[in-house]
Write a protein that binds this ligand. Structure first.
Ligand code: PLP
Length: 421
């Protein structure tokens, strides 16, 4: 469900024509919808209404401060994986008590800063990390609130690059060492164990991997409590998939996910923490690009557009599918043609879509790459010295540029000449 629809034959974001935004902003650019962000957050939060929950939006999915503030104003907390994301969450006005800190490689500086921000919980992924945090907290004469992220060794059945809960993945405390690591945590002077954590992967399209993991961690919670550990919250991570193809069977609805979690977690009588990212932001954003040339190859037709893999790397990195829509709708009876939508970058991997059936395209036409709100702009870079592109946020009939296009001065200005040149 999103708020990108055709009105009068032109694709709109809520009440605004994409053509109008493009005229003012120039292409390429990202557009996010406030109504979609809001709706997705509320669908998720309402599914758990009445329960003690903390929803910590996963900042890494889309970390623009305006997006964070939109969600924070709805009551969302934040899941951060770096000091930079912690600062973004704080800049969006999120209080420390609604922030959890995940990730396998938190540095001592990051831990110290998060302790000073009095965050809700550190999700700890290894024994050395636990010891480091204890040392820093003890030096500050505080106890760091900790959940151990346990790797349940289940297959999330998603793309290998976004599967995180199998024994061979780098994430979490190995299942077999979970008990002894809790025992170790209980003895450390700077640690206060408060919960348990999991995150088994992203873009999950079935509930079973979740329920397998929750069942394993549930067994562990019973054992840990029997051994005297306090487990006040259960963090289920993120990972719920979104529909990327219009017309295909969608992944489980958040309501189904919620029913499953509620059933399985009821006996634990503890706070439920969630870290949804893609589910909130994914379908709330699109990437708009302009066709520079139509190039006739030997067997293929290439639509060469001004956006590229540096702006949206998901097709290249994860073989991800994004629906492509012409911003100006074609007449219903024109026959479709087969296009590869490619960027100007000097890599064969630089494509946004391959062998895609679309109405006839021409140079100057605008296209929308759908479902680009999560893991889009955040994964962008400046390869081929292409400046970072603007992000815009629509709210009804209003819109604002929430990250301006990087200037060539700013981009080149990061380089410096050594004294001998
Ligand atoms: C990436 C990540 C998330 C968010 O995952 P989504 O699939 O976007 O919901 C949540 N928690 C952790 C620890 C993550 O690394």
């Amino acid at each position: 469900m999103d708020h990108f629809d055709y009105k009068g034959g032109i694709l709109h974001a809520e009440d605004l024509s994409i053509e109008d935004i493009a005229r003012e902003t120039g292409t390429p650019f990202y557009v996010y919808s406030t109504a979609t962000l809001t709706r997705h957050y509320q669908v998720f939060s309402r599914a758990f209404a009445g329960l003690d929950t903390l929803i910590c939006y996963s900042v890494k999915a889309n970390s623009n401060i305006a997006v964070l503030k939109t969600l924070a104003d709805l009551g969302s907390g934040m899941d951060v994986v770096s000091r930079g994301e912690l600062r973004r969450a704080r800049a969006a006005g999120v209080p420390g008590q609604k922030i959890v800190f995940s990730g396998v490689g938190k540095t001592r500086e990051e831990m110290a800063e998060a302790l000073d921000e009095n965050i809700y919980c550190f999700n700890i992924e290894s024994e050395p990390e636990l010891e480091a945090l204890s040392g820093i907290a003890a030096a500050k004469e505080v106890k760091a609130p900790v959940a151990l992220r346990i790797n349940p060794d289940v297959d999330a059945r998603t793309h290998a690059k976004i599967s995180t809960g199998r024994a061979e993945d780098k994430f979490g405390i190995p299942w077999k060492r979970a008990r002894e690591t809790y025992a170790m945590a209980a003895k450390l002077p700077g640690i206060r164990v408060t919960g348990i954590d999991m995150h088994i992967g992203s873009q999950l399209t079935e509930l079973e991997p979740f329920s397998n993991a929750i069942s394993r961690l549930g067994d562990l919670v019973r054992e840990l409590r029997a051994a005297g550990h306090r487990i006040n919250h259960f963090d289920f991570g993120g990972g719920l998939g979104i529909p990327y193809r219009r017309g295909n069977a969608p992944p489980p609805h958040p309501d189904e996910y919620a029913e499953m979690v509620k059933d399985m977690a009821a006996e634990f009588d503890c706070r439920l923490v969630f870290e949804p990212g893609r589910m909130i932001a994914g379908n709330a954003g699109i990437l708009v690009a302009k066709i520079i040339y139509i190039k006739q190859g030997e067997n293929k037709t290439f639509a060469i557009v001004d956006a590229a893999m540096n702006d949206l790397v998901r097709p290249t990195l994860y073989s991800a599918h994004h629906d492509i829509l012409p911003v100006r709708a074609a007449a219903p009876d024109v026959p479709e043609r087969d296009y590869d939508i490619v960027g100007p970058i000097c890599e064969s991997g630089d494509f946004l879509a391959r062998s895609r059936k679309l109405p006839p395209l021409a140079a100057g036409d605008l296209i929308a790459v759908m479902s680009a709100g999560a893991y889009g702009a955040v994964l962008s870079g400046t390869y081929n010295t292409r400046p970072l592109i603007p992000e815009t946020l629509v709210n009804g009939a209003d819109y604002a540029i929430i990250r301006k296009r990087q200037s060539y001065e700013a981009l080149l200005g990061l380089d410096a000449l050594p004294p001998w040149l």
